[in-house]
Design a protein around this ligand. Sequence first.
Ligand code: NAG
Ligand code: NAG
Ligand code: NAG
Ligand code: NAG
Ligand code: NAG
Ligand code: NAG
Ligand code: NAG
Ligand code: NAG
Length: 280
Amino acid sequence: MPRSGPLPAALSLLLVTAALLPGPAAAQNEPRINASEDVVIHLYGPAVTLQCNLTTSPSPLSASYWVKNGEEIPGTRKSSNTTEYKILKPRAEESGEYLCVFVFSNSPIANATIEVRATPDITGHKRSENKNEGQEALMYCKSVGFPHPEWVWRKKVNGVFEDINNSSGRFFISNKDNYTELSITNLQINEDPGEYQCNATNQVGSVSVTTILRVRSHLAPLWPFLGILAEIVILVVIIVVYEKRKRPDEVPDDDEPAGPMKTNSTNNHKDKNLRQRNTN
Ligand SMILES: *[C@@H]1O[C@H](CO)[C@@H](O)[C@H](O)[C@H]1NC(C)=O
Ligand SMILES: *[C@@H]1O[C@H](CO)[C@@H](O)[C@H](O)[C@H]1NC(C)=O
Ligand SMILES: *[C@@H]1O[C@H](CO)[C@@H](O)[C@H](O)[C@H]1NC(C)=O
Ligand SMILES: *[C@@H]1O[C@H](CO)[C@@H](O)[C@H](O)[C@H]1NC(C)=O
Ligand SMILES: *[C@@H]1O[C@H](CO)[C@@H](O)[C@H](O)[C@H]1NC(C)=O
Ligand SMILES: *[C@@H]1O[C@H](CO)[C@@H](O)[C@H](O)[C@H]1NC(C)=O
Ligand SMILES: *[C@@H]1O[C@H](CO)[C@@H](O)[C@H](O)[C@H]1NC(C)=O
Ligand SMILES: *[C@@H]1O[C@H](CO)[C@@H](O)[C@H](O)[C@H]1NC(C)=O
């Protein structure tokens, strides 16, 4: 087989280049779209209208429609060479990458991109996170708004939010486009409780929300039990003291009759204690 030399390769490259260069006829038939400028929308701001005008059509137009963040917007299909999309109530979730698309009967589709930008809005987070020491805390924030934000987590120290001090190596941050997660492992009761802030910033603006982290002692689940134990101890002490004071008089008839009375009195104490605990 004859090996292909450098000449045929250069020739084919030349041919490809020639084919890509628009001839006088191709230039005329290249689709052209006159589209609105990129725009910034503001919450409660005026309605915004996106427009695309097809000024040069390569072949008869069969349809046009709008796409937002890669998905066709339902109800926007029509067959006119001018098309509009109205954003009546500007909100962060209306921001994104919009495309108008023109479909032709005999040539490839054409489209134009209009970026609609807005300050991020945080649409999901925890108000508080309650954990025991030694456990792991997990906080997150979810946003809408284009462009996707840069995320920063801070912690309130002496009334001021400061960047997280990771000297203990227990803080882990994971960011997706519109989602961020902060996890703190092996929670410390002395260092970790407090207010944490997630801050979303893009070229238009920034927003932040806070989550309160509470860390309980791992003895916390034992507290009710310790309470009962303390009551029993106090009860026993009272009984012993009571018995010791009574003893001198009761030495002669410390037999059957005294027994029921004693248990009655202890039962009364117990009932009283129980009632008091229930009303607390
Ligand atoms: C595109 O629109 C702008 C104003 O919106 C206008 O000045 C310009 O002439 C238009 N271009 C074409 C090719 O129609
Ligand atoms: C599109 O055409 C309409 C008139 O048909 C004109 O008012 C509008 O400004 C044009 N838009 C752009 C983006 O060129
Ligand atoms: C767009 O459509 C109008 C009315 O249908 C027509 O008059 C105009 O020539 C069209 N323009 C282009 C560029 O196809
Ligand atoms: C927009 O046009 C580009 C080529 O210019 C094409 O690759 C892309 O798939 C088109 N997108 C849509 C949604 O039609
Ligand atoms: C946010 O991210 C999720 C998944 O990562 C995606 O489904 C959703 O469409 C995104 N939302 C925006 C507004 O980008
Ligand atoms: C981080 O915390 C450690 C110990 O808690 C402290 O020694 C250090 O100065 C702190 N670093 C910063 C930057 O605040
Ligand atoms: C904190 O330190 C640990 C251990 O060095 C590291 O794996 C982690 O990525 C750090 N977290 C942050 C938010 O920098
Ligand atoms: C978010 O962080 C940025 C950059 O540090 C700061 O400029 C901005 O004021 C913060 N925004 C809020 C709402 O806290």
